[in-house]
Design a binder for this molecule. Structure first.
Ligand SMILES: Cc1ncc(COP(=O)(O)O)c(C=O)c1O
Length: 439
């Protein structure tokens, strides 16, 4: 073995566990993909249809341009200039094969003497990327005590020893919490990280999924060329096409040039077919309809599921963005314990500890009793069945409660009362991951 070893990112851990336990891929027909971070890929109420074909000719079979094809770059620039008065040109945009490659490239090419600051509850791949790149990290506490809403002063961060600048990495809306900075708060954050010894990667994968309307940091940046700010967008969520693998970075021209150079030796550009498809999705009238419909539909879903989950005993901390609910599980359950029950019924949530940016292999996580519930892929008509199903899984857990004590799910299990099949799957899976992690 000549490669560095590392485990898959958190969401995939859950998907592998699910596949081991059920023999299916989460998202297959009949499964309940509540751990999954993808949106509906079909027309939503009030939204535009999703094209099922594209046209291209032999010229489109040539290599794509290093940082993106001109029509897509123009469509992205027009989009931000129209909706957010961003004042950018096509030279401020680099196209990648999805949001994560844009995030990875930005963090990979940071100068070494940079502190990377991020909230302690964040999007799972940040943890993997920062570990693999061995970045010097400062964690901003985001936990139940501050309701996963750090105060403005928590972003006043000094560079760590041996570094001379600070780069903030923040998903906004936040995955998993849905907490979203907008208006004056977002403006203040952008201003703070526009200073010359600072930078920020603002990950706006869920830009359309905001209540009352989509929001972008680009609304508050007057001259992006004078900043070290990177706004990352993608067609993955709002435009409903995760399979197209198109994402982008909007940044100062000098930073885009670095991405262009990288593309020339490390990426070779991005599929022209996908770029053609996404260019069509960004046409003004269509994208305006999409923004509006996504924001309304998912706000409705967020509100319904909030009530449903609260009635079941979840303590929710969810903000007003994204397509997840974030909360503490009822009955003292951990995310992994709840998944064992759910997997038996081909359902699963994302255990909270996978969003803990400070976790270590040795210790438990303060987010062990938290879970991220995704309503992204759920159609409007599955609500009643979903909630009923969750209720049954929770009362099923109740049925195993020992009369002698409260919250004794674990002790019941140790007596072999509960779910030995799933336990065997789990140990087999653990053995596999340990083999991965420890060699
Ligand atoms: C916070 C956040 N950023 C970025 C992405 C982009 O993902 P992709 O690489 O699939 O475009 C996602 C998708 O889950 C996300 O949740």
């Amino acid at each position: 073995m000549i490669l560095k070893r590392f485990p898959p990112m958190g969401v995939y851990e859950t998907l592998f566990r699910f596949a081991d336990a059920t023999g299916k891929y989460m998202g297959d027909a009949g499964t309940h993909p509540w751990a999954q971070g993808y949106p509906l890929t079909t027309q939503i109420p009030g939204g535009p249809t999703l094209p099922t074909s594209i046209e291209f000719d032999h010229l489109d079979l040539k290599y794509p341009k290093a940082t993106g094809e001109p029509p897509l770059l123009q469509a992205i620039a027009d989009y931000y200039n129209y909706f957010y008065d961003a004042g950018i040109t096509t030279d401020n945009i680099a196209v990648f094969a999805g949001g994560r490659p844009a995030i990875f490239a930005t963090l990979a090419f940071l100068l070494d003497d940079t502190t990377v600051a991020l909230e302690s509850t964040e999007y799972t791949p940040y943890y993997d990327i920062l570990n693999v790149l061995n970045r010097n990290v400062h964690l901003i506490q985001s936990n139940a005590e501050n309701r996963f809403r750090p105060a403005a002063k928590d972003y006043d961060i000094a560079p760590r020893a041996g570094t001379s600048r600070v780069m903030l990495v923040k998903s906004n809306p936040c995955n998993p919490t849905g907490v979203t900075l907008d208006g004056a708060e977002l403006k203040q954050l952008v201003e703070k990280f526009s200073a010359s010894d600072k930078g920020a990667l603002i990950d706006e994968a869920y830009e359309f999924f905001c209540d009352p309307e989509p929001e972008s940091a680009l609304r508050h940046i007057d001259d992006i060329d004078a900043t070290n700010i990177f706004v990352i967008g993608a067609a993955t969520k709002g435009l409903q096409v995760p399979g197209m693998r198109i994402g982008w970075a909007v940044a100062a021209k000098q930073h885009i040039e670095i991405f262009r150079n990288y593309s020339s030796f490390g990426m070779g550009g991005v599929s022209r077919a996908s770029q053609i498809y996404v260019t069509g999705l960004l046409q003004r009238k269509r994208v305006a309809q999409s923004r509006d419909a996504i924001s309304k539909f998912y706000t409705g879903q967020r509100n319904r599921y909030a009530k449903g989950l609260r009635d079941l005993g979840f303590e929710l901390f969810t903000g007003n963005g994204g397509f997840y609910h974030w909360g503490r599980l009822p009955q003292g359950l951990t995310g992994n314990e709840f998944n064992e029950r759910l997997f038996e019924h081909e359902a699963g949530i994302l255990p909270g500890h996978l969003c803990d940016m400070g976790r270590t292999d040795a210790d438990g996580s303060t987010l062990d009793n938290f879970a991220r519930f995704s309503f992204g892929p759920l159609s409007a008509d599955s609500f009643a069945a979903d909630i009923e199903f969750l209720r049954q899984c929770l009362s099923c857990v109740h049925a195993f409660v020992c009369p002698a004590s409260v919250g004794p799910l674990r002790s019941c299990r140790t007596k072999g009362v509960h779910n030995s099949g799933a336990r065997n799957f789990r140990s087999a899976w653990r053995a596999r991951i340990f083999a991965l992690a420890q060699c």
